[in-house]
Design a protein around this ligand. Sequence first.
Ligand SMILES: [Zn+2]
Length: 381
Amino acid sequence: MSEPFSFQIQARSSQTSARAGIFSTPHGRVETPRFMPVGTLANVKTLTPAQLEAAGAQMVLSNTYHLHLQPGEKIVATAGGLHKFMAWKGPILTDSGGFQVFSLSEIRTINDEGVIFRSPHDGQMIHFTPERSIFIQNELGADVIMAFDECPPYPASREQVLAATERTYRWLERCITAHQRSDQALFGIVQGGVYPDLRQEAARALVKLNLPGYAIGGVSVGEPAELIEKIVKVTTPFLPEEKPRYLMGVGTYREMAQAIANGIDLFDCVIPTRLARHGAALVQGERWNLKNSQFREDFQPLDETCPCYTCQNFSRAYLGHLVRAKELLAYTLLSIHNVTELIRFTQRIREAILADRFSEEFGEWLKPESEELSAPNSGEI
Ligand SMILES: [Zn+2]
């Protein structure tokens, strides 16, 4: 891997393909496996950088598609880049916009050149190409940038997925040529839908390009959860051991644990902050709705084992009150807890891998969901 990036594996699980490592970037180290909170518009919703840091965040995400639409990469670049603009000193990753273009936009045309879509803000036609995505990401200045990819929906026919996977490869070659900054690592994205042979073929082709890291994309697009584990399982053996691996858009307990068991290092998902905005807390693998009447006079913290500011200072009754009253503080306090909770989950897995106790300590999470009993008044995500 070219300076200033490196990935060092510290320990491997003897019973699974899990590994613990350190991914070094120009803005600091990321201990893996690790959950990365999502700051779509250059902020993790309702959290200050200091609160994010206290929650254990090391690397955060931002979205090229959203930042291009507002405020535009020129303003971010003029501000001195994303780190300065959002006052986050640690590592940042930007996605390429591919996923959002295909999932959020009204697409006018898609061909080998790129995608033309309508801006949801002002209705203008916007042209995204691999070169444009990389230009925008070079301007934004994140530590890790992602190749522009075509993300097929689920379900999609084998022919559709094959065409998208081949186009993603051709676009990746153009992304590599367009990429201008050696202080940014460009990761490739393995597509291939739910077709194992397409995933493997895509991984094989990408690896020949000797990129600093590899992502598995095109999951969490509506397919059944158990397919995510299968996709990861058939893909990671074709990715190099010594490079970081990132599973895009996944951030539930079980899916992360199972993906880690199959050799994934990095995750991102909007779930902790989105749930907070719906008045829900993630507590030791369960999802609690704080509006539920059972919490009205419950003066315990959300989780007495949690070190976060919310759990150290506030009760379930108080949080429930804030949620019912729609007080803005509710969203900050629940986001602090939920982000801490998912980062801590991956941190605890990391410690278990370092002690080679991953499958003993997290065995429950490695089973299919149907074997689990679900607790009353709670829902597992
Ligand atoms: Zn907490």
